[in-house]
Design a protein around this ligand. Structure first.
Ligand SMILES: Nc1ncnc2c1ncn2[C@@H]1O[C@H](COP(=O)(O)OP(=O)(O)OP(=O)(O)O)[C@@H](O)[C@H]1O
Length: 584
């Protein structure tokens, strides 16, 4: 299992009812139709008894035959309609669960995502929710209609002959005890099987996300073994669940056969002694025969419920992960909106309680407008500054303010709508170039897109591509070069008309020509927007209005390039080695 679950869970049936509640009337209608089918079926033995009595007394049987035919036709038609309504309702329950879960996953807090495996979360939305279908139709309806039909059949049997009913119930009780031992095993095996599907999903996601690296590292065989091991574990556990389900089903079947034979023997003796007539025995045997279906239904419902309960537990685990509050889409800043100011005051932060601090009291202030560069050795905590501004994580202590307001006082989507963020690895999503550019601002008009394509120097690429902006870029933008991906990511951020632009500079993605062009673009943007850059190039730092030098989670100096080269040995060393090396 990849999601830690420690809290006490509400019982699975209560969770299930939560998903079913919106569809309760449809479910009720379906169950009613199923019950009607059972009910009309229950009348058949009585009609049969009448038929036998008519035959033995040489009375005409036409009416009884017509009655039987009408019952059979009604039974079939109502049964078909009932199963359609139930199946449709079950699909709606699955849809509801998928919607709820996918909306929730999009709101997950980043620390929760850090702790989870995306592939496992995916399996919970796709595979586990599918299992709710069977649990809705087979379990809920099965227990409801099967249970009621069972009770009605037993009542009818009691009306026909109490002694034979006692014999039948005795056999059923023995079988029920055996079933009570089997059922929990089905639950355990099903949960393990679904967990293994989650592990398989996680392994697949890992592999498909880095197939080139795996091929280049010659690691196909080892990765194949990991996936096969998870698939085999799922198989093993599913087979175990199937074994116990088969045992449960056959126990019920065996009980019915024993009941049939016992009733035949005891009933035969009662006919011989004249306690009951042949018609009564035939009617009772027909009821025993009819008992088979609701009993199978209830046993099937209980075993199916175990699989569903396991899936529900996994869905619930995902829904317990910490999430951000749901919010409505917030309009983006209008062109020319005031740039934002920003300040960190004694911020202490670590990624998890069991990890080292990454920020040990970070303090700096950035006025509205202009460009601020963050420099420092790898791992100094520069990217973490951006993650905290976006509120992907919250600091343990200290205050971060935007426009003088602490971040917690901001509506989260309002805060993010003011920010454009270009991550270091410049992620590009599958879809078209246009989809990627418009991701942060689907309302941007064609003129704005064209302008941004030009400023990010993507116009040459767009002109070359046969379908221009509508060209598909492949999974994670694999059809683009690293530099192109970075320019797409910058274009996407600019289209958001940010009041605060966060740019995590990639170390070596851009060639000299594109770098110079983008430098001019960023300088342009900095005239009207507050720009923060994690800088890895000399060209970036020399153009910055101020530079924040970070080292091991602390701000060690703030100043211009000239001031820092003269006043800060670490910066002077970085400038002499790292920057000059990459700028050269
Ligand atoms: N999601 C995370 N979970 C746990 N630790 C993390 C996470 N992200 C970063 N870290 C750790 O936090 C520290 C600071 O990382 P950060 O990315 O802020 O450094 P950086 O200064 O931007 O480095 P670079 O210049 O190499 O990009 C590193 O030691 C890193 O291992």
């Amino acid at each position: 299992m990849t999601i830690a679950g420690t809290q006490a869970e509400p019982p699975a049936w209560r969770l299930l009812l939560g998903y079913v509640r919106p569809h309760r009337w449809a479910l009720f209608a379906g169950a009613l139709l199923a019950l009607t089918t059972g009910g009309t079926g229950l009348l058949l033995p009585l009609v049969a008894r009448g038929l036998i009595d008519d035959l033995s007394h040489d009375r005409p049987i036409g009416r009884a035959l017509i009655g039987m035919a009408a019952l059979v036709v009604t039974n079939t038609a109502v049964g078909a309609l009932g199963s359609y309504v139930l199946r449709r309702t079950a699909e709606s329950v699955v849809l509801g669960a998928r919607r709820a879960l996918s909306s929730y996953l999009l709101r997950l807090r980043i620390p929760a995502v850090d702790r989870s495996e995306p592939g496992d979360l995916m399996a919970r939305i796709t595979s586990d929710t599918t299992l709710l279908r069977e649990v809705t139709t087979d379990s809920l309806v099965g227990i409801g209609t099967g249970g009621l039909t069972l009770v009605a059949t037993v009542v009818m049997m009691g009306l026909v002959d109490v002694v034979l009913l006692g014999v039948t119930l005795g056999v059923i009780l023995c079988a029920g005890t055996v079933l009570g031992l089997i059922v929990p095993r089905i639950n355990r095996a099903s949960k393990r099987a679904q967990d293994a599907v989650g592990v398989m999903g996680a392994a697949l996601e890992r592999i498909l996300g880095a197939l080139r690296t795996i091929k280049a590292s010659g690691a196909e065989h080892r990765e194949e073994q990991t996936i096969h091991a998870a698939a085999e574990e799922s198989w093993r556990q599913s087979v175990r669940a199937a074994k116990w389900s088969a045992a449960a089903g056959n126990t019920a079947g065996l009980a019915m056969q024993i009941a049939f034979i016992t009733v035949l023997a005891v009933g035969g003796a009662r006919v011989a002694t004249g306690a009951i007539g042949v018609g009564t025995l035939v009617a009772f045997l027909l009821y025993v025969f009819y008992l088979m279906s609701p009993i199978q239904q209830v046993v099937g419902a209980v075993t199916q419920y175990q699989t569903g309960a396991a899936a529900l537990a996994r869905i619930q685990e995902a829904l317990r992960l910490p999430a951000e509050p749901a919010s409505l889409p917030t309009p983006l800043p209008t062109p020319g909106s005031a740039p934002a100011s920003l300040a960190f005051d004694d911020v202490r932060f670590r990624y998890a309680d069991d990890l080292q601090y990454v920020h040990h009291g970070v303090t700096f202030a950035v006025p509205a407008r202009g460009m601020t560069a963050f420099v420092g050795p790898s791992g100094a905590g520069k990217t973490t500054v951006f993650s905290l501004i976006e509120r992907f994580y919250d600091p343990e202590s200290g205050v971060i303010t935007v426009d003088g307001r602490p971040l917690e006082d901001w509506n989260l989507s309002q805060l993010r709508s003011a920010i454009g963020y270009v991550e270091q690895d410049a992620p590009v999503l599958s879809g078209s170039l246009r989809d990627n550019l418009l991701l942060g601002n689907p309302e941007a008009d064609e003129a704005e897109v064209t302008r941004v394509v030009r400023t990010t120097r993507l116009d040459g690429l767009v002109a070359r591509l046969p379908r221009g902006l509508d060209t598909l870029v492949g999974h994670r933008g694999t059809k683009l070069s690293g530099g192109e991906r970075q320019r797409v990511a910058i274009g996407r951020a600019l289209l958001r008309r940010p009041r605060l632009l966060l740019l995590d500079e990639a170390t070596s993605q851009l060639d000299a020509v594109n770098e110079a062009a983008l430098r001019d673009t960023v300088a342009d943007v900095a005239r009207t927007t507050t720009v923060l850059v994690v800088a890895h190039r000399l060209s970036t730092v020399t153009m910055a209005d101020r530079i924040v030098v970070m080292d091991a989670g602390r701000v060690r100096a703030v100043g211009t390039h000239r001031e820092l080269v003269a006043g800060d040995p670490l910066y002077a060393e970085l400038a002499a080695t790292q920057f000059l090396a990459t700028a050269g």
